[in-house]
Structure formats: structure tokens, C-alpha cells
Design a binder for this molecule. Structure first.
Ligand SMILES: Cc1cc2nc3c(=O)[nH]c(=O)nc-3n(C[C@H](O)[C@H](O)[C@H](O)COP(=O)(O)OP(=O)(O)OC[C@H]3O[C@@H](n4cnc5c(N)ncnc54)[C@H](O)[C@@H]3O)c2cc1C
Length: 452
């Protein structure tokens, strides 16, 4: 790629000086910032958009995926996630996941791996998230895109992050940092070893573009399910007929309508493969191509799908839906076998049962999980910088593991653990890699996390 030289000699304002800087206000960042602030630290949360929630709000993704054991008997992702959902329910912005037990529109009629999802309202989530930050004393810094880092003279620690703001470049100084950008931007700028997509081909999961519709006749869909089960709910016969007529130009060949808590439906149907979510040209392609697929899908619903003839478009995502980009390469990389074996790591920070969903091919490869497993603290720890943790979909794991743990409830859980851990590091003067994990687990349990 052609390049031009750019250098800038100027003083940059230090707009905040805190104990902990969390970058990225999605599920992981929200949980990290609030959890760190509740440990008594001064915390700033920097986010490039103008709301919290990340993919849950900007990309309109929902519902929150499963938070229970595989049988749906016990809620296992608890702590911060459970508290947030309770507040959303109280504000009329979610349904209690443990009440979502039957196979219906909330889970898009998936029988396996989709029990106890949480339908939520993205606008109410934005409000509740800000209220919770305010109560915890988190300083919100919107409209800031991280663009580089400053390190100590020996290179072992970060001292601050440079952002691009409306007024130009600005700087936030902190003692410790949590990278919740989803793309590992902070760790990448800090020069930490990273992975991206498949190690051999660089392939990444297909991106998507969500939109919201209303006017679905749920009863018609439910009857089709009762007659033909989950297979019928793929709508393969109808999709094939539309494709034969040239009316289905969408690579994803299955229906994907999820009923929300206000009677609208989230459409998880578009598929934009071969994109790199760390490149602005590809991010542009996701939304432009996504809107084309959305338009085609609306026509398809009207013309071919019984019960969806009257569907109306409510709104579409303002942010691209990126499933996979960079992950930190920690000294420990969690692999798929741990999920298969239901491994309970001694340094576990979360117990979950989310299934692997690779988003490959036309339908995707979904491997339902039949037992609980855990996430170890070590996957949050990057190499090369002492005072940085990562949480959310940019942690140290292989691709099949990411295909399971990247969904939102585990991201909240990882963020919560990172927020408490980074506070502990400051409190004890330890490097993030060598904090007292038993103490971290004790604090997580004290705030309601389930660790078995
Ligand atoms: C198409 C699609 C469908 C999905 N379906 C589901 C589903 O049904 N249920 C489910 O639970 N999960 C689903 N997921 C997964 C889930 O939404 C994400 O993996 C999860 O939200 C990741 O959380 P996060 O906090 O790590 O990152 P994100 O939610 O991506 O949040 C990252 C935040 O960081 C900000 N940011 C990024 N870079 C910078 C920077 N340089 N400077 C400042 N801010 C920055 C972003 O604006 C964003 O707010 C889906 C994802 C996609 C893309």
C-alpha cells in the first residue's frame, strides 16, 4: 500500500489522569469499568461511539446468548451480568433469561444451545449502562478513538493512551489499562504479540449487519415449528425457491429472526464474508453490503414467507457487526479441547456453557455444548506489558474457542474479572500476570459471580 510521511510536533492536552483506563464501552468494557470503580479506583471509560453497549447497542446485536447450564436448570453467568439484567428488567428493557425456557421466537426456534437467552431493548440498555457508570463514579469519555499508546522508558508499562477526539489528538494517563476494544487495539498499539483470524490463512468469521423489524405473525411461525421442528425453521425450502427465482441474493441460507422484549424482532440474517474488521474500507463494505442484503431480505419476507407478509423495517445498525479480528497472544492460549472436556481451570474467572458457532459456509457450523466449562484468568493477560489486561472477544484463545466465548454474557463476565484484577494489581503493586488469583476469585464471588 502506498504511504505518506506524517509527523506532528505539538503539545497534546491530558484530558484525564486516573488509576484505570478502560478502552471500549461494549459488554466487556462496561463491566470492567464499573467493577474497577467499585473497588475504589478512579476509572475512565473511553469509547469512540456516543453510547455504551458496543455490539449490543451500536450493532443492534441481540439477544444476550445463553447464560445457563446446558439443561437450563441453573443460571451460571451471574455477577455483573445478572445485576445488569435485573436492572434492565426493572426498567422494562429485558426479560429474565431464566423465564425464557420454551423454544419460541425469543431463541429463533433453536432447540439446542439457545435456552435462557435474554431479549433486551438496546435503547434502554444505553440508559441503564450510563446510570450504572454514573453511580459507580466512572468518568465517561465518548467520541475518543484510541490511536496509539505511550510506554515507560523501559517499555514494560503503559503510561497512557493517545486518542483522536473532536478537538484533535488528546491523551489519557493511567496507572493500569483494560483493552476492551474487541480488536485488541490497545495491546496492538503497545506492540504485544497478537493473533488475527486463522494462523495459516488469516480467515476470520463472516461479519453481519443487524436490523430490527416488526409485524411478524408469531403464531404462524410457531405452528410451522410444531409441525416441522428446528429443521423447518431454517426455511431452506422457501429460501431455495426464492434463490431459484433470483430473489435471495444473501449468502446466509437460514432464517434468523429473534423476538425482542418489546415485540420487535432482531434480524440476524446478513452475511459479509472475507472482511477484516480492523480496516476502515472493509468496515464500510460491511454496512453498505449489509444494507443491500437487508433490502433484499425485506422483499423476500414480503413475497415468500407466510406470517411475514406485513413486516415493517424499524431501524438498522449504526455500527458494523464484526465477529472476529485480533486476539492477544498470551503466554497461555485456551484451546477448544478445554471446552470439549468441560475443563475447570484452577484460576477460573467464569463458568459458562456457550456453544461453538463458527459462522463458516452458508448455514454455519454450530456445535452444541453439553457441559459447563470455565475460562482461566490467564487468557486476559497479554505478553510484553505489565499493567494491561484484555477482556471480551480479544482474549488469548484459539479460533474454535473464540467461536463460543465471544458472545455477550461471557464478555460481561470477562470484563468484570478484568476490572477487579486490574484494581488488585494497583492495590498490591503486582504485575497483572502475577496478581493473587485466589483473592480475585474471592472478590468475584463476593459480588455474585458463580465459580462452581
Ligand atoms: C453479527 C453478529 C451476531 C452476533 N450474535 C450474538 C448474539 O445473538 N448473542 C450474543 O450474545 N452475542 C452475539 N454476537 C457476539 C457479541 O455481540 C460480541 O462478540 C460481543 O459484544 C463482544 O463484546 P466486546 O465487549 O468484546 O466488544 P464490542 O461489543 O465490539 O465492544 C467494543 C467497543 O469498543 C469500541 N472501540 C473499538 N475500538 C476502539 C478504539 N480504538 N477506541 C475507542 N473505542 C473503541 C467500540 O465502539 C465498541 O463500543 C454477535 C456478533 C456479531 C458481530
Amino acid at each position: 500500500m502506498a504511504s505518506v510521511h506524517f509527523s506532528m510536533e505539538r503539545d497534546i492536552p491530558v484530558i484525564s489522569d486516573v488509576d484505570i483506563l478502560v478502552v471500549g464501552g461494549g459488554p466487556a468494557g462496561l463491566a470492567a469499568a464499573i467493577s474497577a470503580a467499585r473497588q475504589g479506583r478512579s476509572v475512565a471509560l473511553a469509547e469512540r461511539e456516543f453510547c455504551l453497549g458496543g455490539t449490543a447497542t451500536g450493532s443492534l446485536v441481540g439477544p444476550f446468548m445463553t447464560c445457563s447450564d446446558p439443561d437450563g436448570k441453573q443460571q451460571i453467568i451471574r455477577g455483573f451480568f445478572e445485576e445488569l439484567v435485573r436492572r434492565l428488567v426493572a426498567a422494562g428493557g429485558a426479560e429474565d433469561p431464566m423465564s425464557i425456557t420454551k423454544c419460541d421466537g425469543h431463541s429463533s426456534w433453536h432447540v439446542k444451545g439457545h435456552n435462557n437467552v435474554t431479549p433486551f431493548h438496546s435503547e434502554i440498555l444505553k440508559v441503564v449502562a450510563e446510570e450504572m457508570c454514573e453511580e459507580a463514579g466512572v468518568q465517561l469519555l465518548y467520541g475518543l478513538q484510541a490511536m496509539d499508546v505511550q510506554k515507560s522508558a523501559d517499555g514494560a508499562r503503559l503510561t497512557g493512551v493517545f486518542f483522536l477526539a473532536k478537538e484533535g489528538p488528546v491523551f489519557v494517563r493511567a496507572k493500569a489499562f483494560v483493552d476492551c476494544t474487541g480488536d485488541g487495539d490497545v495491546a496492538f498499539f503497545a506492540g504485544c504479540p497478537m493473533m488475527q483470524g486463522a494462523t495459516d490463512t488469516g480467515e476470520m468469521q463472516a461479519a453481519g449487519f443487524f436490523f430490527e423489524v416488526e409485524g411478524i405473525d408469531e403464531e404462524v411461525f410457531q405452528k410451522r415449528f410444531e409441525k416441522g421442528g428446528t429443521d423447518a425453521m431454517r426455511y431452506s425450502d422457501i429460501i431455495q425457491r426464492a434463490a431459484d427465482n433470483g430473489d435471495y441474493p444473501i449468502p446466509r441460507r437460514r432464517m434468523g429472526l429473534y423476538k425482542s422484549c418489546d415485540g420487535t424482532w432482531r434480524a440476524n440474517i446478513t452475511r459479509i464474508p472475507d472482511v477484516d474488521g480492523t480496516k476502515s474500507a472493509d468496515l464500510t463494505r460491511i454496512v453498505v453490503e449489509g444494507r443491500k442484503q437487508m433490502t433484499a431480505y425485506m422483499k423476500f419476507l414480503h413475497k415468500y414467507v407466510p406470517g411475514a407478509e406485513q413486516t415493517r423495517l424499524v431501524r438498522s445498525a449504526s455500527m458494523p457487526g464484526v465477529r472476529e479480528t485480533r486476539r492477544i497472544l498470551g503466554s497461555f492460549v485456551m484451546n477448544e479441547q478445554s471446552i470439549i472436556n468441560g475443563e475447570m481451570f484452577p484460576d477460573r474467572i467464569l463458568i459458562l456453557s456457550n456453544s461453538r458457532d463458527t459462522h463458516a459456509g452458508l448455514i454455519g457450523c454450530y456445535i452444541p455444548q453439553d457441559r459447563n466449562y470455565s475460562l482461566p484468568y490467564r487468557i486476559l493477560v497479554p505478553q510484553g506489558v505489565d499493567n494491561l489486561l484484555a477482556a471480551g472477544r480479544n482474549v488469548s484463545c484459539d479460533r474454535p474457542t473464540l467461536a463460543a466465548i465471544r458472545v455477550m454474557p461471557p464478555c460481561f463476565g470477562m470484563g468484570e474479572a478484568a476490572g477487579v484484577a486490574v484494581s488488585l494489581a494497583i492495590e498490591t503493586g503486582a504485575a497483572c500476570a502475577s496478581i493473587d488469583v485466589a483473592e480475585l476469585q474471592k472478590r468475584l464471588q463476593a459480588q455474585g459471580a458463580y465459580l462452581g
